[in-house]
Design a protein around this ligand. Structure first.
Ligand SMILES: O=C(O)C(=O)C[C@]1(C(=O)O)C=C[C@@H](O)C=C1
Length: 164
């Protein structure tokens, strides 16, 4: 039992990590900084508010989302560095951060909170770490993730297991 309980959490985190490519493209060539503390506060406030409604400990959800945000910044910094060094790899178009990318991030927030709620029993068990590592390895292989996104996905899920 519980074998797949962490999968929705890993899948939604992966969707978020991949969407960071679009965030990076939206900011590339603009003055919009990668670090946006005001937007982070908006995300975390929404997480806390929605957690209450779902019966999730807001402190737990907030901790997980801080990691999700760090993972997103890791991807953005790495891609900007790559694009600075390799002009040929620069994105061809610039997605609209406010109209397109952030609304998508907001939808994933809801999915992630649902997945946090539904994995509570597994996340509180000592076997969580082992199950998470397996789910991560499966995702990396099945989704053909590169090194950057594998590293970011691992970062995004650092605080998922309650007992380390
Ligand atoms: O919305 C942005 O500007 C993002 O870069 C995304 C994000 C996030 O992961 O939610 C990451 C870094 C910023 O500091 C704020 C938010």
């Amino acid at each position: 039992p519980d074998c797949g309980a962490l999968e929705p959490l890993v899948e939604s985190s992966l969707e978020r990590v991949r969407l960071a490519d679009k965030v990076a493209a939206a900011k590339w060539g603009t003055t919009q900084p990668i670090d946006d503390p005001a937007r982070e506060k908006q995300v975390l406030d929404a997480v806390a508010a929605q957690s209450e409604g779902l019966g999730i400990d807001p402190a737990v959800a907030t901790r997980v989302f801080r990691d999700q945000i760090e993972a997103g910044k890791l991807v953005q910094r790495a891609l900007h560095a790559r694009w600075r060094a390799h002009p040929g790899e620069r994105p061809a178009d610039r997605p609209d951060l406010a109209k397109e990318v952030r609304p998508h991030l907001d939808r994933i927030t809801g999915e992630l909170l649902r997945a946090i709620k539904d994995s509570e029993h597994v996340r509180e068990r000592p076997s969580c770490r082992m199950k998470l590592n397996r789910a991560l390895a499966d995702a990396a292989e099945e989704e053909d993730l590169g090194r950057l996104h594998t590293r970011a996905l691992t970062r995004a899920l650092t605080s998922v297991c309650r007992r380390g």
